[in-house]
Design a protein around this ligand. Structure first.
Ligand code: GDP
Ligand code: MG
Length: 160
């Protein structure tokens, strides 16, 4: 068993890359095609003594695709049941309504905001994010450069 840690965020922000990085193996499929993660991939990992059950969800968004819809519904369920939410944002893209919805949906949850793709030119200000974040830690990462993972692990360890 482990603390249920659900990775959320809209498609293509780097959720599966983050899962793989934390697990240290290529378990989830990473592609630049949206909607690749249709089901939920999960595995156990120990982060600085904190046992986590990591759950990579389908990107939450409105969709007409029946198969994807099942994945999305399971994502919402996973948020409710989570002990920790890792909310991944692509900092090279402006925030969109889905990001704002997810921010509201998770505001009362134990949450860390992961500002991924820090290797790319930034399109969101840290002030904007921190305004929305409330008390949630905000961690800047790049899965491409493998940076920020230590900071994220530290933030997780601090919460438990
Ligand atoms: P998901 O849909 O949220 O699970 O996103 P993926 O992990 O599948 O990644 C989507 C795309 O973004 C892939 O092409 C990744 O290689 C790329 N990607 C992930 N993290 C980063 C990052 O930190 N920087 C850059 N430049 N690309 C990234
Ligand atoms: Mg994915």
């Amino acid at each position: 068993e482990g603390l249920k840690t659900t990775i959320i965020g809209r498609p293509n922000v780097g959720k599966s890359s983050l899962l793989n990085r934390l697990l240290g193996e290529e378990k989830a499929i990473v592609t630049d095609i949206e909607g690749t993660t249709r089901d939920i991939v999960e595995d156990y990992v120990n982060v600085r003594g904190v046992p986590l059950k990591l759950i990579d969800t389908a990107g939450i968004r409105e969709t007409d695709d029946a198969v994807e819809k099942i994945g999305v519904e399971r994502s919402r369920q996973a948020i409710k049941e989570a002990d920790l939410i890792l909310f991944v944002l692509d900092q090279s893209q402006a925030l969109n309504p889905t990001d704002h919805d997810l921010m509201k949906l998770t505001q009362d949850e134990n949450r860390i905001l992961v500002l991924n793709k820090s290797d790319l030119e930034t399109a969101v200000s840290l002030e904007e994010i921190k305004d929305l974040a409330g008390n949630s830690p905000v961690i800047s990462t790049s899965m491409t450069n493998q940076s920020g993972i230590d900071d994220l692990e530290e933030a997780i360890a601090q919460l438990f």
